[in-house]
Write a protein that binds this ligand. Structure first.
Ligand code: FSX
Ligand code: SF4
Ligand code: F3S
Length: 407
């Protein structure tokens, strides 16, 4: 949706709501609404409309189901500040069912779940779900309904469905090989559209922002091909990282007791998977914006990516020579000339060669020699697009990079 479409949609929403509800119910927290709107990509001109919508509209009913998980997503949600989660729950969201924090227990709790199914509500599912003959690994309540049955029943009545956490989005930790409980993400068996909000756990900002977007527009945000909202998962985490300049100058932390950890050196060599991740952690952070993994001194483990547990190698080693699952030798020839190594390469070919068990090499194939000349032998971890782009840089960063790589 562009700016004009957003404005039109919000005006239409406001007039629908005004026809039903006349008096604002409370003084909403305008500052917070402004912040959350900016975060989810709503332009300044529309914020007043959002304030009016949220002050007129009664709280939106929310059912939050727990499946196979650690409740970290709920913990993250509860870390919301300004307003605290209590004021969110009193003013904008009516949490009808959430096994961890609700007062009711047993049959009383299940009754409030079933009573809500007759009303309009939105659904959050946290955790993976076991299927088929393993479905009874995940049951809920005295009647032992399986997670699969309960999710299907509640989802069939929901206005919108959000998979909160990597477990619910893609299976997550319990779906890691050999996946003994046959756990899967919920969109593998639900027929309705699911908005995935992955992360183990996702930040409170990404959870709340996605819910507020739906509450305001009565429609889902724009999604990527993994059904993740573009406003939160549309950019590469590494590009927003505060240590990125050090990555580009080749200044890497070599071990976890390296004093340069505190000087902002990059964590790629101690396993950071940031370059492969689409998430906004450096921007929104966690625990009321206190910090995020890379600031705290540990590399990103790609916790919000599908299959992260199995596909990203060892947690504290880079995804390169020894950890990349490449079994056959590969050669990349005719690299685009943007790398501009030097003028002589104009008529020549650059060859990048890598194997899982050997140093990575960059060759230059000259027109007058059949044997490629070895340009650079990288028996250490390197991110090639960046290396090539900066190798011949005339600026300070390029010079520092060459100095570091020569060492
Ligand atoms: Fe835990 Fe949520 Fe990880 Fe999973 O977060 S933090 S195991 S994504 O479902 O509770
Ligand atoms: Fe930041 Fe990791 Fe990228 Fe280094 S590799 S800049 S620590 S995201
Ligand atoms: Fe997860 Fe990486 Fe963010 S580990 S929390 S996606 S920094």
């Amino acid at each position: 949706m562009d700016k004009t479409q957003m404005l039109e949609r919000l005006e239409q929403r406001l007039s629908e709501i005004q026809s039903q509800y006349k008096e604002p119910r409370y003084i909403v927290n305008k500052e917070w609404i402004g912040q959350i709107c900016t975060l989810i990509g709503i332009p300044k001109e529309c914020i007043e409309l959002c304030v009016q919508i949220l002050s007129l509209k009664p709280p939106t009913r929310l059912i939050w189901l727990h499946m196979a998980e650690c409740t970290g997503c709920s913990e993250s949600f509860l870390r919301l500040d300004k307003p605290g989660v209590e004021s969110l729950l009193l003013e904008y969201i009516s949490l009808e069912y959430h096994e961890t924090i609700m007062g009711a227990v047993g049959f009383g709790a299940k009754k409030s779940l079933h009573d809500t199914l007759d009303e309009d509500f939105i659904l959050v599912i946290e955790g993976g779900v076991s299927l088929d003959e393993n479905a009874y690994f995940m049951t809920s309540g005295a009647d032992s309904i399986t997670g699969e049955m309960e999710s299907k029943e509640v989802a069939s009545k929901a206005k919108a469905i959000f998979a909160v956490g990597t477990c619910s989005s893609f299976g997550g930790v319990q779906a890691a090989l050999p996946n003994p409980t046959s756990s899967v993400g919920i969109d593998t068996f639900l027929s309705q559209k699911v908005v995935n909000i992955p992360g183990c756990p996702p930040s409170e900002a990404n959870i709340i922002g996605s819910l507020i977007y739906f509450i305001l527009f009565d429609e889902l945000p724009e999604l990527d091909n993994f059904n993740r909202p573009l406003w939160s998962y549309g950019k590469n985490l590494h590009d927003m990282c505060e240590r990125k300049a050090k990555f580009e100058s080749g200044d890497f932390v070599e071990s976890f007791d390296d004093p340069h950890l505190q000087d902002g050196y990059c964590l790629y060599k101690v396993g950071c998977k940031g370059p492969y991740v689409a998430n906004n952690c450096p921007k929104v952070k966690f625990n009321a914006k206190t910090s995020w993994p890379v600031r705290a001194g540990h590399g990103c483990i790609a916790c919000s990516e599908p299959n992260f547990w199995d596909s990203f190698g060892r947690i504290e080693e880079p995804l390169n020579n020894v950890n990349a699952y490449i079994t056959t030798r590969k050669t990349l020839s005719h690299l685009p000339h943007i790398h501009n190594i030097d003028d002589e390469t104009d008529s020549n070919t650059l060859i990048l060669e890598w194997q899982s068990n050997a140093p990575t090499k960059i060759y230059i194939q000259t027109t007058d020699s059949a044997i490629p000349q070895n340009l650079l032998d990288c028996s250490f971890q390197a991110h090639f697009p960046t290396l090539l782009a900066h190798l011949s840089g005339k600026n300070k960063l390029g010079a520092r990079l060459v100095e570091n790589y020569s060492k």
